[in-house]
Design a protein around this ligand. Structure first.
Ligand code: F6R
Length: 256
């Protein structure tokens, strides 16, 4: 597991955007696993900037982690609408190559099976993740047993509280979501988990150095051979001196 710490979220994002750009220019048919939420917004902004400077994403396939059950794709708080607003609308990825679970599917079990078949057909080269304050990745919430494949999840009170900020009327926030499962996430060739801000420090420490446990779904990333945690200093503040020292040259370099 690699840990990269930067002075700010902006600097950390430049690092991740450069890695994504390198994959996009290197691979003939790259598959990106994408997340929503506040954390990757700067990354998408940077990729849009790269596109305006000539980077084509026409050969990229994207597969998003999750979607709220009951929200139409054009609902402003749906994850499909989020992706359109922050990335898809501004770049040249053909719509047919962008995938987000259908939260309005009449048969949710069939929708989960469809998504698993999609993942089997398009193995993810690079999965971008954020982390919930309770350690969830995608919407794999801390539970007694974690699900391996795409499934419908009932969101925990902590996640509902954390995501209420995105809903002008939190009362209409869906209580369920469709999410890729833990095993599907771990099947990505490489994984980058981004976490910014002091409010993520406790859970980042638990995910990186605690036991692998269903109580912290992100701790399962410890079992993957190519995971990078990309953090700002605030999110890394629980990790102690060795990590901060190891990353110091990089932080210095990107602060200039
Ligand atoms: C979103 C997702 C979630 C978020 C997590 C962190 O697609 O899968 O796991 O990454 O809730 O959200 P933010 O970035 O808003 O703190």
């Amino acid at each position: 597991m690699k840990i990269r710490v930067f002075a700010t979220a902006e600097l950390a994002t430049v690092y991740v955007a450069a890695l994504v750009e390198s994959l996009i220019t290197r691979e003939p048919h790259p598959v990106l696993g994408l997340a929503t939420g506040a954390t990757p917004i700067l990354l998408y902004r940077q990729l849009v900037a790269f596109h305006r400077q000539g980077l084509s994403l026409a050969h990229v396939t994207t597969i998003n982690l999750d979607e709220y059950v009951g929200l139409a794709p054009d609902h402003p708080q749906s994850y499909r609408a989020f992706m359109e607003a922050h990335l898809f609308r501004h770049v040249d990825i053909p719509a047919a190559q962008t995938h987000v679970p259908n939260g309005l599917a009449p048969d949710l079990a069939a929708e989960c099976a469809r998504y698993d078949a999609l993942l089997a057909a398009h193995p993810i080269d690079l999965q971008i993740l954020g982390i919930g304050p309770n350690g969830h990745i995608g919407f794999n919430e801390p539970e007694g047993a974690l699900k391996t494949r795409t499934h419908v999840v009932t969101l925990t009170a902590e996640t509902l509280a954390a995501n209420a900020r995105f809903f002008p009327d939190p009362a209409v926030m869906p209580r369920q979501a469709i999410t890729m499962g833990l095993e599907s996430i771990l099947q990505a060739r490489a994984i980058i988990l981004m976490a910014f801000g002091a409010e993520k420090a406790r859970i980042v420490k638990a995910a990186l150095s605690g036991e692998v446990s269903t109580a912290v779904p992100a701790s399962f990333l410890q079992m993957h051979s190519d995971v990078t945690f990309v953090l700002d200093e605030a999110a890394a503040s629980g990790l102690g001196a060795p990590v901060a020292e190891a990353s110091a040259p990089l932080v210095e370099h990107f602060s200039r």
